[in-house]
Design a protein around this ligand. Structure first.
Ligand SMILES: *Cc1c(COP(=O)(O)O)cnc(C)c1O
Length: 429
């Protein structure tokens, strides 16, 4: 069931009319559905109910603490990629023993923070990082639990910028170097080997690359065990794609993914770790925006809306497709074709070109669907557009879970150096 849908010609998020949120919070604004987050998490978790599995939600997809707390209440762990995300996950009530720490460039400070918190495992991506982690752990009198993220050299992912499992990508330990890396880790007194980790890409729409990666890593796990290493966990990352509503390949449902994973890992006797992000959050949110102007051009019409690439970067960054619909259900007999664009001074600030949709006018509201993952989390204040706020709906209620800063808030973080304040034409902000 869709939790962003029309009721009597008007689009709702669960039981709240989007027009009400637009009027009360202002636009642009992200609107999330608790029921959708919960359902996506449950679909994933329930398909692994009979397996020893940790579902570590990938915080970077949507890192709002209210979203994290919603998932924590369902039993989710977290996959974090920075000390900031670690702090968020802990603040939202995700227990440290359910947190995994990924990323190619962890700092000493972040390692210290995660070791002090006693997280579940570090996914280590290089020997250089391993040696630093060993030092930081020894200084704290601890042993750091690690898995190496290995790079299985498989092709996967919906776009070059989100493909991570090829050898030319910066991620993971090169396949040919993996066994030597484990041998070195076993010699370091501040390191405790617990598992193997892969993450091959994002928006993956077929199971074949997962199958390839799992088969390769299963072989590696057997070789590592034969070499005397204790391997108790196998983290297969995230990456399962979601339908965006266009004609692109529709990804398999989580149940098929789960069946494949279970079939291929049954005999390994490991704890499975998953790091789903987009699959949980992507279709749990929309970006709600108001039409500012319809500009009739020479050969095309532009729908200029008040959301822009700084609020939702995906179309500019990944050529991503988002379904766009009017909040007040349009007249299907009156279709028009628009380039939907934002107000930012970049041609890249284009959400779509030549999209057919019901006729819209200045003041109408639109939603950009499938914006719950890699939306608000990637937003910036480019063009001094205050960070887009976020709203979480729960049945008939809603709450603002990130407020819109004022321009004064933004200016407060900036200051004049001494040599400029001496000029009389510089005014106090
Ligand atoms: C981004 C990321 C994920 C989540 O990927 P999705 O495609 O959103 O599921 C999981 N693990 C790691 C290491 C990541 O970088």
């Amino acid at each position: 069931m869709r939790h962003f849908d029309y009721n009597a010609g008007e689009m709702f998020a669960e039981e709240v009319p989007l027009a009400q949120i637009a009027a009360e919070v202002g636009t642009p604004v992200y609107v999330y559905s608790t029921a959708t987050f919960t359902r996506h998490y449950r679909v994933f978790a329930d398909s692994f109910a009979d397996t020893k599995a940790l579902i570590a939600y990938s915080v970077k997809a949507n890192s709002n603490i209210a979203v994290l707390a919603t998932l924590a209440a369902q039993g989710a762990g977290a996959d974090v990629v920075s000390g900031g995300e670690l702090k968020r996950a802990l603040a939202a009530g995700i227990p440290a023993e359910k947190i995994v720490f990924s990323g190619v460039g962890k700092t000493r400070r972040e390692m210290h923070q995660a070791l002090t918190a006693d997280i579940h495992v570090f996914n280590v991506e290089s020997l250089a990082e391993l040696r630093v982690l060993n030092e930081v752990a020894l200084a704290l009198g601890k042993m750091a639990p690690i898995a190496f993220r290995v790079n299985p050299d498989v092709t996967a992912g919906g776009h070059a910028k989100i493909s991570t499992g090829k050898k030319e990508n910066k991620f993971g330990i090169a396949w040919s170097q993996a066994e030597d890396a484990y041998a070195e880790a076993a010699r370091l007194p501040g390191i405790r080997i617990v598992g193997v980790d892969v993450h091959i890409g994002s928006q993956i729409s077929d199971l074949a690359p997962f199958e390839k990666a799992i088969l390769k890593v299963s072989g590696l796990i057997k070789r590592l065990r034969a070499a005397g290493h204790t391997i108790t966990s196998f983290d297969i990352g995230g990456g399962l794609g979601i339908p965006y509503g266009n004609n692109a390949a529709v990804p398999p449902p989580p149940s098929e993914y789960a069946a494949l994973v279970k079939r291929l890992t049954r005999d390994l006797d490991v704890e499975m770790i998953f790091e789903p992000g987009r699959m949980i959050a992507g279709n749990s949110g929309v970006l709600l925006s108001e039409v500012l102007y319809v500009k009739r051009g020479e050969d095309r019409d532009f729908l200029i809306i008040d959301a822009a690439m700084n609020d939702l970067l995906r179309p500019a960054l990944y050529d991503a497709y988002h379904d766009i619909e009017p909040v007040r259900q349009g007249d299907l007999d009156q279709m028009e074709t628009y380039d939907v664009v934002g107000p930012i001074c970049e041609s890249g600030d284009t959400f779509t070109k030549g999209r057919e949709m019901p006729k819209l006018e200045s003041g109408d509201l639109v939603v950009l669907h499938s914006a719950g993952a890699y939306g608000a989390a990637q937003a910036s204040q480019y063009n001094t557009r205050p960070l887009v706020p976020e709203v979480l709906v729960n049945g008939a209620e809603y709450a603002v879970i990130r407020s819109r800063p004022t321009v004064e808030d933004i200016l407060k973080t900036e200051s004049f150096p001494d040599w400029l304040t001496k000029h009389e034409n510089v005014t106090d902000i």
